[in-house]
Design a protein around this ligand. Structure first.
Ligand code: TMP
Length: 233
């Protein structure tokens, strides 16, 4: 298989069909724009499974995505997209960079979600930008931005309910979107404990990548716990 792209946590391979790719999930973990590096044993296997389950749930509820199917422990088949150079962040509770930026204690509840966009630009450290920057820098069109916000709102509502049934509070998460060959925008990349903050509803225990970012230990166990709650096994 021809390697098309290697990111921090995944590799993308070509397939015989030029419109489809294979996403291979690695155990590598990075934080702080690559400053902190490590591996989380079995993370690739866990995130492949977790992300596939979340994608299937979203698609069942009408969200258009790049996902086709899980192939094996570490690989997924997906439609090839051009990823928009935007990270869309949705916050339901203040945490992480929002807690630091606005000096609001982590865990502070807010009455309505906050949607942020960041410019995917490693050299600049993925800066937070306004819609006007995205338009001026031609990162997305006005219509695409409107669609992305609408989809993110829909996905947030679906995911809040989904995780609630498993005793998990969805604190915040990051989404990426891509452009299919025909121009249609679809949800892309993974949704996993690497890209979401997931706190146990009873204890507020962190069951996500903050365990790695903040050296809290029991990282693999936390990811396992998420998979266990998703599958009921
Ligand atoms: P933040 O509080 O660090 O801005 O992160 C908000 C959410 O987005 C959190 O769930 C982690 C996720 N995220 C990513 O998945 N990738 C990233 O590069 C960043 C900055 C955040």
């Amino acid at each position: 298989m021809k390697l098309l792209y290697e990111g921090k946590a995944k590799q993308i391979y070509a397939t015989d069909d030029q419109n489809q790719i294979i996403i291979h999930y690695k155990d590598d973990a990075t934080a702080g724009n690559g400053v902190k590096k490590g591996t989380i044993e079995n993370k690739g296997i866990l995130n492949n499974k977790i992300s596939a389950l979340i994608y299937m749930y979203l698609m069942k509820h009408g969200v258009k995505t790049h996902f086709i199917k899980e192939l094996n422990e570490r690989d997924q088949l997906a439609y090839k997209v051009d990823i928009l150079p935007l990270e869309v962040i949705c916050r339901n509770v203040i945490a992480g960079s929002a807690a630091a930026r606005y000096k609001i204690p982590e865990g502070t509840k807010i009455d309505q979600p906050i949607y942020e966009i960041c410019w995917k630009n490693d050299d600049l450290g993925d800066p937070l930008i306004a819609d006007n920057h995205a338009l001026a820098f031609k990162l997305a069109t006005k219509e695409e931005l409107a669609y992305i916000y609408e989809e993110t709102d829909k996905i947030n509502k679906l995911l809040i309910e989904f995780f609630k049934t498993m005793g998990i509070n969805l604190i915040d998460f990051k989404l990426e979107f891509g452009r299919l060959k025909d121009g249609q925008i679809v949800l892309a990349d993974e949704i996993s404990p690497d890209t979401c903050r997931l706190w146990d509803s009873q204890t507020n225990e962190k069951l996500d990548k903050d365990r790695f970012r903040r050296d809290l230990g029991n990282i693999e166990e936390a990811y396992h716990e998420i998979l266990k709650r998703l599958t009921g096994k």
